[in-house]
Design a protein. Sequence first.
Length: 246
Amino acid sequence: MELTNDFVVDRTVDETWAILNDLEFIAPCMPGAQLQEIEGEEYRGVVKVKVGPITAQYKGKARFVEQNAADHTAKLKAEGRDPRQGNANAMVTATMVEGDTPATTKVTVHTDLALSGKIASFGRGAIEDVSKKILGQFVDNLRDKLATESPEVVETAPMPVAEPAETAPAAAAPADGATADGASTDAPAAPAEPVTPTIRKIDAPEAEPVDLLDVAGDSMVKRLAPVLGGLVILLVVRALFRGKGD
């Protein structure tokens, strides 16, 4: 399933590029999302979704697979899983261009989304409606955050070009198995130890789940009516059996 949305940020293209590539800064702006830890280039966290009395918690991870600063395009691969409700995998491509003025940026987000499990039964129309409204909430939260916590944007300076060093006369090559001072070189070099990325925990407040019934309104209610009806029947049956057992 492919979804396309766009929004405007009141910053220049270069500033917007720096902001939207800082996942730690923008994660709290996404409804229901909580960034929990970062290991190397991988970001891990949870996204909580609520449908009436049912709450699903998708444990997920994301990493950039492409960041092209020349044309301000970034690709992010994200995966989320809930053992009871299903899985969601997405390839998100964000493209940034100058808006109506040089001080604004239009961001177009194209999402290639794959769903499985119960969540896949919602249908394209409901998912499009929900994604549009959640993105709108994200943009509102981002604007509020930028009004008080705008990150420092550092200009990227070009890499200096190293001047070629003067060539020294070549020394006479030592004999096999010896250095220039006669020491033996027969001992094998110690193997380099692999570098393990450190895990950095993020101290972020627990996210409130996104209430899909509140976000999507009637379209989601109609889609979920059979599920919610089945849940009510299940609760009634459990209550009856509990009463007999008492």
